[in-house]
Design a protein around this ligand. Structure first.
Ligand code: FES
Length: 176
């Protein structure tokens, strides 16, 4: 016998043992299925929460149509324009954080108008100059009228108007 020939013990291990008679599903097949089911369970347990975590922000609705109370109705006079700060809890998909925003409110003819302070040119914050009743952008000199319309400068259009209403003694706006 050369050293390459299997020993008697190795031969007995390699020999295929017949399944015991009377078994409908062979034991090895059953074991294979069991291992498969366990692997599938482990795979699902690991990847399902990961996939849900990644997909969650995509399932959430963008923006909000909620009305936000910003100041009392009596806090802005006819013809007045003022900048008002307010806080909103923003849900970015993973956590909720309170963020501070500002809005310009203008009352004219008894109605309240709200304007975003973000310049439509490159996004600087405009300032209201009450002495000439104009919004002026400090970055490139964009000029807007008291009703938000574009007067001059590089901005392509007027300030963004936000929905506003007076209800229950409060001025409410919507972020768009
Ligand atoms: S960012 Fe306002 S004029 Fe350019």
């Amino acid at each position: 016998m050369t050293s390459l020939e299997p020993t008697q013990m190795e031969q007995s291990c390699m020999r295929h043992e017949p399944e015991p008679p009377g078994e409908k599903v062979p034991r090895r097949k059953l074991l294979g299925w069991l291992v498969g089911v366990i692997n599938l369970g482990v795979f699902a347990a690991i990847f399902t929460p990961t996939l849900r975590f990644i997909a969650d922000p995509m399932r959430r609705k963008k923006g909000s149509d909620a009305w936000i109370p910003v100041i009392g109705d009596g806090e802005i006079a006819e013809g007045e324009t003022r900048s008002v700060d307010y806080r909103v809890n923003v849900d970015d998909g993973y956590m909720v954080s309170p963020l501070r925003y500002s809005v310009f409110l203008h009352r004219s003819g008894g109605e309240v108008f709200a304007f975003s302070p973000t310049c439509p040119h490159l996004g600087c914050n405009v300032k209201f100059h009450s002495q000439n009743d104009r919004y002026i952008c400090p970055c490139h000199g964009g000029v807007f009228s008291a009703d938000g319309g574009r007067i001059s400068g590089p901005p392509p259009h007027g300030l963004t108007k936000l929905p506003a209403k007076v209800e229950n003694g409060q001025i409410w706006i919507q972020r768009v």
